[in-house]
Structure formats: C-alpha cells, structure tokens
Design a protein around this ligand. Structure first.
Ligand SMILES: *Cc1c(COP(=O)(O)O)cnc(C)c1O
Length: 338
C-alpha cells in the first residue's frame, strides 16, 4: 500500500513531464542575470500578475524576508497577523536579520486583519516609536481566500496612511482558482507579492517575489546577502514554469477532494470538521486520542499534520487522487467508530 501524505502540499514529487522540462532547460549563471529559464519565469510571472519585475528565490521564507527587507529599513515596523507564516513560522527572520519590528494583530475568523485594529496599530511619527511602514497579508490563510473587497479596503487604508502592502501569496493561485478570478485581480492590490511554486503547483523548489523594478533590485541585493543567489537555477525555474503551464487550473481538483474529505467525515463520532477551504481540511479529535489516531493512520499508511496548527490539518495536492481521498475517509471513519 502506498503512503498518502496529507501533511502539506509541499510533499509533491515532480512529474515525469516536469522532469523532462527540467532536463531540456537552457541555463546560465543567474547571479550574473544570465539564466534564460530563470529570466523567462520572472518575466512571465511579472507580466501575468501585473508587476514590473520578479525575482526567483529558493524558498517562500526567503522571498518574504527579502521583500520585507526591501520595503523596510532598520527600526521600521511591519503589521502582520499573529498566526501569519511570516510572523510565526519563519524564525522571526524580519526581526533577526532585518531589524524590522513586527506588530502582530489578531486575525478575524475569516483570516482578515480587522482594518480598525490595523489603523490603531499605526504608530505616530515620534522618536519613541518604530516607523510603521508596511502591512503584510497572507492569502490563502489556513486555506481561506481573502475577500477581494477586503483587499481593496486594505489598499485604500495603506494609501491613506502612506504604508506599503505586501502579500505572502504562497497559495495565491489556490485563492484565485477558488474565487474564479485571474490571479492578477488579487495581486493588483499589492506593492509586492510572494508566490510559492513548490506548494500545490508541484514544483520541487522555488518562490518568486514580484514588485516594482526598484524594489526587486533591492531584494536582489538582499537575496545575495542571505545566500540565495543561485547559479544554474534554470532547471528549477523550468519546473516552476511547467507548473504554471499545467498545474494551475487543476488546483480546483484539490479543492474538490478536500471538500470530499470534509463531507465524508460529517457525522463521524469524535471527529469534528472545524473548517474546509480550498485544499485544506482542519479537524479536531480529542487530545487524549491523538496517539491512537497516529497509530491508526500509520497502519493505514496515511500521514496528516498533528500538532503543527491548533487543529489537525489535512492538505490535498497533486499526488492525492480520488482513491487516496476515499482511503483517508474510510480510515478516519473506522478510527471514529473504533
Ligand atoms: C510555505 C509557506 C511559506 C514559506 O515557504 P517555504 O518555501 O517553505 O519557505 C510562506 N508563507 C506561507 C503561507 C506558506 O504556507
């Protein structure tokens, strides 16, 4: 029996066709700006999402970090969600490496950061305070696509208060597919966007930061400083371009499969479906049953994420098919009945 790995959409294996595209990729030294496959990926995403320039980087963490460092100087502040990846799951990089102070806010249940709280968090210009420079949002957030009207309101607030607006769009393509809009309809509200190619899109490695030419030039400098300047990176960029060509529309299949898992668990004793949005399902099982759940899922050769987020998380992706979904539902229902 093969493993069904629902811990994250980062676990996907490059497909045979993707590996072939990687084999064929023309490459050059990207630190000199000479890798044609990297340049093509950056230009294409910038064009698709409505930005002047893009920068290919090894990870989403680095993309967010150098984006923040390009927006903010030492002693500046960025406003961010308490549970945002940038704040909570990136080792405090903006503070550690950028001398940028985070101002965390509590998320509303729909994943938005309430704009009145946001407004109250902006510091007066005064030597007592860090300079509030940037608002950072995350979309999708725990699988939820943020409403477009909220993004427009956040943009208006940032314009009025002279702040920049960054999106951690690790799963922005999932949001676009869920909302049935072109990705640029989300991206257009932001000064910079970071997108991951290595999540549901199925590339092995890589993120792209998008912004103005000036911002990206500054981020390119920081990328080198933090050790992210890669040489013949075109093979990775080719995988990312392949993912954009072939794996965007199919995200809808992942969303349907996550919905099927949520539906299949409805009414199961002792399993509470907390939420399901796009490719994520969150379930609650009483803590005293977690060890038993681990064992039951291990026996069924299923992996889920226990203990990483408050609820147990299941994420669908390229390597989870209908059979995998049914096996998961059956194993969880059997556990609930047992
Ligand atoms: C995965 C993820 C990142 C960072 O990606 P890495 O490539 O793992 O560094 C950033 N933000 C969010 C919301 C993510 O899910």
């Amino acid at each position: 029996m093969h493993w069904i790995d629902l811990r994250s959409d980062t676990v996907t294996q490059p497909t045979v066709a993707m590996r072939e595209a990687m084999m064929r990729a023309p490459v050059g030294d990207d630190v000199y700006g000479e890798d044609p496959s990297v340049n093509a990926l950056q230009a294409r995403l910038a064009d698709d999402l409505g930005f002047q320039a893009g920068l290919f980087v090894p990870s989403g963490t680095q993309s967010n970090l150098i984006g923040l460092m390009a927006h903010c100087q030492r002693g500046d502040e960025y406003v961010v969600g308490m549970d945002a990846h940038t704040y909570k799951y990136e080792g405090g990089g903006a503070a550690v490496l950028g001398s940028i102070q985070p101002q965390p806010l509590v998320h509303a249940p729909d994943g938005t950061l309430p704009l009145d709280a946001m407004e109250r968090a902006i510091k007066p210009i005064d030597p007592h305070f860090a300079r509030t420079r940037l608002l950072c949002l995350e979309n999708t957030w725990h699988g939820r696509a943020l409403p477009l009207a909220y993004l427009a309101d956040a943009r208006t607030l940032c314009d009025r208060r002279g702040l920049s607006l960054h999106l951690d769009g690790a799963r922005m393509f999932n949001a676009a597919v869920a909302l049935r809009v072109a990705p640029r309809e989300i991206a257009r509200h932001f000064d910079s966007v970071s997108v991951c190619l290595s999540k549901g899109l199925g590339a092995p490695v890589g993120s792209v930061l998008l912004g103005t030419r000036e911002l990206i030039e500054s981020a390119r400098r920081w990328r080198k400083v933090v050790g992210g300047g890669m040489r013949q990176a075109g093979m990775l960029a080719a995988a990312a371009s392949f993912a954009l060509d072939h794996h965007v529309a199919r995200l809808a299949d992942d969303h349907a499969r996550a919905a099927r898992i949520a539906e299949g668990l409805r009414g199961a004793d002792g399993i509470h479906v907390v939420a399901q949005h796009t490719n994520m399902v969150f379930i609650d099982v009483p803590v005293e049953r977690h060890d038993a759940l681990r064992r039951a899922l291990d026996d069924a050769r299923i992996r889920v994420s226990i203990g990483y987020t408050p609820a147990i998380r299941l994420v669908t992706h390229l390597d989870v098919d209908d059979e995998g979904v049914e096996r998961t539902v059956q194993a969880l229902r059997a556990f609930a009945a047992g």
